[in-house]
Design a binder for this molecule. Sequence first.
Ligand code: NDP
Length: 335
Amino acid sequence: MMTTFRAWWVSKETDASGTAMQTASVRELRDSDLGAGDTLISVQYSSINYKDGLALCGRPGVVRSWPLIPGIDLAGTVEASDSGAWSPGDRVVLTGAGLGESSHGGLSQRARVDGSALVRVPDALGPLRTAAIGTAGFTAMLSVLAVERHGVSPADGPVLVTGAAGGVGSVAVAVLSRLGFEVVASTGRADSEGEYLSALGASQILDRAALLEPGKPMQSQRYAAVVDSVGSHTLVNAIAQLKDGGVATACGLAQGSDLPGTVLPFILRGVSLAGINSVYAPLPLRQEAWARLERDLDLDLLDGMTEVIPLAAAKDSAERILAGGIRGRTVVDVN
Ligand code: NDP
């Protein structure tokens, strides 16, 4: 039985002047350092999401309890469980549910969690690919499910994906195109990532500059749906370009958390805005999303958008994701 293990550790320390600052480092920990939970997991992989960038770089808004092991995703093997639902050897995935925010997270070789939010690692994916999907890919699928529930089908017209070269965006482009949608990918990196986005299935690449600034409240009708991870003016312009009865999903705030628009598209075109919260997605929805990812995400495309890094490199990737410099998904091999 392993008695010590390695994990990232985020803590608040006070400098000589009395100013509190957040620090992050890899530490040697014991099982007794882990929090409450009925299931002990030997973690194989975590990943770097935008939120992990914020947590590792000492930005506010994610870490709600100090000190904390960050990491909002984990994929691993159950070592022991009193949950009744899981047995030693079961391969499981956990995204969100407070992991790496209010309870110790996945950037660690071990984790103790509540078994009620765990999902079995889909057989066709295995733990590495499951972590590669992680919160970002899971959120992309929740967005696609919301588009489908709104009744939008490929025959209704193109779907705009914003922040397309990022984690949520990349998976959304791949899944939507596999489902037969015409995908327009909005990116600030058309020069370097245009080919990548076309290979994922985008039929048109749009320079994100076209959406970044304030625009008219009603614009030409272009899209049957929008999958947005950017917020602010980008989302407002995208809503203003929805066709009658279209839907925009909102999951992120890479440009900003503001929504500086008007109600005109809602009352004149009957469009809808669907909020996406992956953190507290109920278990049946989690299971549905993972089953759909297993079915609708091309594994070669997933592998092509994935970089695997060691535990020690997580902070470098965190800095890069906050700078908008990560393409696709980054898996952390914690061992
Ligand atoms: P990434 O950093 O991988 O992707 C974000 C992308 O947004 C970037 O790659 C970039 O795409 C674009 N972008 C970055 N900065 C700006 C900017 N200033 N203006 C316009 N576009 C910008 O992050 P994730 O995909 O992991 O997450 C995306 C967002 O979704 C984050 O805000 C995250 O917090 C949120 N999120 C929310 C979840 C939820 O449950 N609601 C779950 C998961 C994520 P490009 O270079 O192509 O322009």
